[in-house]
Design a protein around this ligand. Structure first.
Ligand SMILES: [Zn+2]
Ligand SMILES: [Zn+2]
Length: 82
């Protein structure tokens, strides 16, 4: 029994105003391709300053979670690709 259709590999990053942004979700064939795709997004541009503290807002559509460092945001984004 094949199970290839049950896992969608979709990038729903849509809020980054930088090179590589797409307004529609991007479908990738495999999880590996999805991850390689996601690292092409410039997640540095997710950085925001609130009361002098830097936070990184998740650019994933409908997520709106934020992390305290870019490393944590990268880790968080992995959750969206599993
Ligand atoms: Zn993308
Ligand atoms: Zn998220």
């Amino acid at each position: 029994m094949t199970d290839t259709q049950s896992h969608a590999h979709i990038c729903e990053i849509s809020d980054i105003k930088s090179i590589g942004t797409h307004s529609d979700p991007q479908h990738l064939e495999t999880e590996e391709k999805l991850r390689n795709h996601i690292i092409q997004h410039d997640i540095n541009s997710c950085k925001r300053s609130i009361s002098g503290d830097s936070i990184y807002i998740c650019p994933w559509k409908g997520c709106n979670k934020y992390q305290s460092s870019i490393i944590k945001l990268e880790e968080h984004l992995r959750q969206h690709t599993q």
